[in-house]
Design a protein. Structure first.
Length: 273
């Protein structure tokens, strides 16, 4: 499925990965500060260091600090390529990884110390496992903070609809290989596309609340509304590509409040924030 170029040699692994149980896959573009915090969090994992590796898919960063985070022992590798999108970067990182399990995480997330151990335990009973995503609430939340928390990243409900997000997703490599990785022609919604294709191909998906990461919120109108536009645009593109009519083009969606209320009731959510 991926059409991205082969990885560059920056931070190339120089020794055999014998005993590595899981590869942490992280996409990044000019996010060295976020990446440093993530790497510090991964250093505190309860899973022994020799049991995992970190492979960063660099999506065309112009910030040399990103590439400088690769370590000489190959524990952290940075594989650079042209600026395409995060799914092309993830595919590049997976191709440069070595283990039978993949742990996807975003550079602005912070995993709990037992994140990897909990995710690997979940993969013993399923082929994909979506962990808990907990928002990191600022000291002074805004109305946009509250809407963000209420709208997105509820993995328990997403898994019930055969969806999951790559900011906290564990996947058996054989499943990734079987379905051909991510569709890097989709700048957004590529994680939902990936998980839905995997489930359609017979892979089992579970929710694992013990595999926890924290995620920042969007606290201002512009970034939140921009994200809504991008998500909905590429959701619609996926639906049209599959020969389906996007929800926004269905008549009931034009009746005020009907679609939001139906959606909230369907997923067992309250009718207020």
């Amino acid at each position: 499925m991926s059409k991205s170029a082969a990885p560059a040699a920056a931070g190339q692994h120089t020794k055999a990965a014998t005993g590595v149980a899981v590869s942490v896959i992280v996409p990044v573009r000019n996010g060295a500060d976020d990446l440093r915090r993530l790497l510090a969090s991964l250093e505190r994992q309860t899973l022994p260091r020799e049991r995992f590796e970190i492979v960063v898919g660099d999506d065309g960063s112009t910030d040399a600090d990103v590439r400088a985070l690769a370590t000489e022992d190959g524990f952290v590798r940075v594989l650079s390529g042209p600026p395409l999108n995060s799914y092309a970067a993830r595919d590049r990182a997976v191709r440069g990884s070595t283990s039978p399990a993949l742990a996807f995480c975003d550079s602005d997330c912070l995993p709990a110390p037992d994140w990897l151990e909990s995710g690997l335990a979940a993969l013993e009973r399923a082929e994909l496992a979506a962990g808990e995503i907990r928002y990191e609430i600022p000291a002074r939340p805004t109305v946009w903070t509250l809407i963000e928390v209420d709208t997105y990243k509820d993995h328990a409900r997403q898994v019930a609809a055969s969806n999951a997000e790559t900011c906290n997703l564990f996947v058996r490599r054989r499943v990734y290989d079987r379905i051909g990785g991510f569709d890097d022609s989709l700048p957004e919604h590529g994680d939902f596309d990936f998980v839905q294709r995997a489930v359609a191909a017979g892979a089992s998906l579970v929710y694992e609340p013990r595999a926890l990461v924290t995620h920042p919120t969007r606290d201002r109108a512009r970034p939140f509304l921009r994200s809504v536009w991008i998500y909905n645009r590429w959701y619609a593109a996926r639906e049209v590509r599959a020969g389906r009519r996007p929800i926004g083009l269905q008549l009931r969606s034009w009746v005020p409040l009907v679609q939001p209320l139906r959606s909230r009731l369907r997923y067992g959510r309250s009718l207020g924030l």
